[in-house]
Design a binder for this molecule. Sequence first.
Ligand SMILES: Nc1nc2c(ncn2[C@@H]2O[C@H](COP(=O)(O)OP(=O)(O)OP(=O)(O)O)[C@@H](O)[C@H]2O)c(=O)[nH]1
Length: 390
Amino acid sequence: MPLRLRHFLPLSIQRLPAQDDAVAPAADSASRPRDDGPDDGRQSALESYGLLDSVPESAYDDLVRLAATLCGTHGAAIALIDRDRVWFKARHGVDAAELPRSHSICNQLIGQVRPDQLLLIGDVAQDPRFAALGLSLQGGHALRFYAGAALMSPDGHPLGTLCVLDTQPRALSPAQADGLAALARQIQHLFELRRYAIEQRRLLSEREAFARQLESAQADLQRRHDLLQHSASHDALTGLLNRSALAQLQDSPDAMQRLGRAAYTLMVIDVDHFKKVNDRHGHLLGDRALRAVADAVAASIREDDIAVRYGGEEFLVVLPGTRLATASEIGERIRQRVARSSLPFALTVSIGVAGGEPGRDAPEQVFDRADQALYRAKASGRDRLVVDDS
Ligand SMILES: Nc1nc2c(ncn2[C@@H]2O[C@H](COP(=O)(O)OP(=O)(O)OP(=O)(O)O)[C@@H](O)[C@H]2O)c(=O)[nH]1
């Protein structure tokens, strides 16, 4: 957002009249402080700068010292008109850090003085509205002189004053009044820069929050995608790869290359008399039996091996880089693990194993030979492993 700063009209000095209604009407109504009735618009404009109760800052401290030096006064302050108090952002020669709003002179600015005017009280002791307030400067010396330049928001809300203060009644020369107004404009510049920085920080943190949201949405999407991919390629009952994953593996050059590098083995495992298991013990226990077989397979193979639930009660295991003798030992281990499963009935599997040589056997042929070996295992009494001998 570009910075918008109010351009002040040529300066005029206003001696605050004793009666409230004696203030001369402003020639240009646009340059008059806004009068929103309730103070809310002004208050929220003030709060948007994040100045109230902020830590002292040398830029503001320097400017109030400069104002006091320029005007030759005992003190100077940047006074901000908060809801119930006047709080000093910077002060020189002033003890109090804040005043009740009703006890402050610059509070009179609101709705009374044009931004291009200086609020001037030559002798506070002679002004019936302020004489009784007992205002004092550093060391308890009574406040006798006050001159304040309004600090306005770009949209016309009076935020406070840059004021110079003295312990003696006095006046300001035109050059001093001009200089005080110029310093007030510099302070407004600083205020606007501060608000700009706050806005930038807000936008940045909004952007960061949005980026974080986007990141977490992307991660969520990725998780869902992974889950979907996992459930598309894995059997929900056993957690092993499913048949469509096997088809994908067959189409995958990487997987086929792995099989083409060294001798490998295929193992076809089929649960014995599984129809009877279902019929006698019900499908739920039947499912448990299938999970027990899958667990026995998973516990017996390496991470690189491939285990697939190939059909209802049929499993296929691919052991890359594994010769028949080793594969037979693994198959035997699977068979024994299944037989030892903690099920309320006896469960056995038959296994057919066949080996493939890269460059010699197509995987489909190896599968056929393993399947024929399985057939022989079934035919010769089940609960056994038969190795293809062709
Ligand atoms: N509980 C359960 N049963 C299944 C599932 N998939 C297939 N089946 C059953 O598995 C049984 C397979 O029976 P068959 O093909 O006759 O084979 P079998 O009874 O094991 O006989 P053999 O293979 O000759 O020992 C059928 O009754 C199918 O309903 C499944 O996911 N859960």
